[in-house]
Design a protein around this ligand. Structure first.
Ligand code: AQP
Length: 334
């Protein structure tokens, strides 16, 4: 049986946090041994909001260092940056002519990110989901490990693939399946459990970074918003206690201990005693990763070679897809 192809991307737009790790990167690690895995640093998505060029470049190295420090192995999977493979942009245009404006108008991420000043948002921010569809379909991905926030974009990708296949009367594209970590579909902000943990939140206490020191992690967990009650005694109580639910989710998805078991373990205890245990769990995860990030980040040559090697492999596959499409769409004159 042929292996599944797995594709996913991470934006180099700032520091990678626990939400990105638990929602996406942790899942990538599960795939690299058994699937044909492709993980991309999506630097062209990043410029939908203006990026300082030098900072963007450093952020690409930083995300790559994080991938490697978390355990992604360039011998087992393809690691590259999107702008090195121009076929992403080519397919994005082809698919822009398939995607319907009405479909894009429904995308909640654009509404959230553009806010009230929609006329001033870049066209790229609006078209972002089409570029994302191109990233995925270019490699004929079967599975796309992502956080819950990307589910709508995956549905759009499937709609675009289906319409393209129908319009050109051939099954060029598979309909990719989102793979969402059930234990951590969406990690919420430590300051406001109604919003997801995000790179762009103005409060640095809202997120735990993979580069945080032990002291920073402790301070952020101490400050994490909670309520004044004791720890819950049953999972029914979590619905009305979103902050505690979020902290238990983080504990559970890092330790692989079921939430119900954690609730039994800490039932009626003070929140501060739970937070102390949580600090230990988070520090045990992040301390070795952050040490490794520092080491790898200093080895520019290794980072450059890894990107070069990954881009070559990705380009070869992407080019094959574009040649096939060109021939089907009337763009070949040989
Ligand atoms: N809070 C989250 N919980 C679970 N998964 C998450 N992801 C992001 N936030 C959470 C997943 O991480 C992957 C990479 O995300 P991205 O960098 O491509 O884009 P993003 O969603 O825009 O990330 P941020 O951190 O939330 O940045 P801003 O502040 O720019 O919005 C994706 O699979 C995503 O689902």
């Amino acid at each position: 049986m042929s292996k599944d192809t797995v594709f996913s991307g991470v934006q180099p737009t700032g520091d990678i946090h626990l939400g990105n790790y638990l929602g996406a990167i942790k899942q990538f690690l599960n795939f690299q041994d058994d699937a044909d895995s492709i993980f991309c640093i999506v630097d062209q998505h990043a410029i939908t909001v203006f990026q300082d060029p030098e900072e963007l470049k450093q952020n690409v190295y930083s995300v790559l260092s994080i991938f490697l420090a978390c355990g992604l192995d360039p011998k087992k999977c393809i690691l590259f940056n999107q702008s090195a493979v121009r076929e992403h942009s080519v397919l994005s245009w082809y698919l822009s002519c398939t995607a319907r404006v009405g479909w894009l108008n429904r995308m909640t991420q654009f509404k959230d990110k553009a806010g009230k000043n929609r006329d001033n948002a870049s066209l790229g921010l609006y078209a972002y989901p089409v570029l994302m569809a191109a990233d995925i379909l270019l490699y004929h991905a079967d599975k796309v490990p992502v956080g819950d926030d990307q589910k709508q974009h995956l549905e759009l990708t499937r709609d675009i693939a289906h319409k393209f296949n129908t319009d050109y009367k051939k099954t060029f594209f598979k309909l990719p399946e989102p793979i969402i970590n059930k234990a951590a579909p969406r990690i919420m902000s430590l300051r406001d459990a109604n919003n997801k943990m995000s790179k762009s939140d103005i409060s640095k206490y809202s997120r735990i970074l993979l580069t945080d020191s032990n002291d920073e992690i402790s301070a952020k967990i101490n400050k994490a918003k909670s309520d004044s009650l004791a720890m819950p005694t049953s999972s029914d109580q979590l619905a009305n206690r979103p902050e505690i639910n979020n902290l238990i989710t983080i504990y559970s998805s890092i330790s692989n201990v079921e939430k119900d078991k954690i609730i039994t373990l800490f039932a009626n205890k003070e929140i501060s005693s739970f937070k102390n245990e949580l600090k230990e769990v988070v520090i045990n995860l992040i301390e070795p990763i952050s040490k490794e990030i520092k080491k790898i980040m200093n080895d520019k040559k290794y980072l450059q070679e890894t990107l070069k090697h990954g881009s070559l492999k990705a380009r070869e596959r992407a080019n094959k897809t574009i040649l096939e499409l060109n021939s089907a769409m009337g763009f070949n004159f040989d």
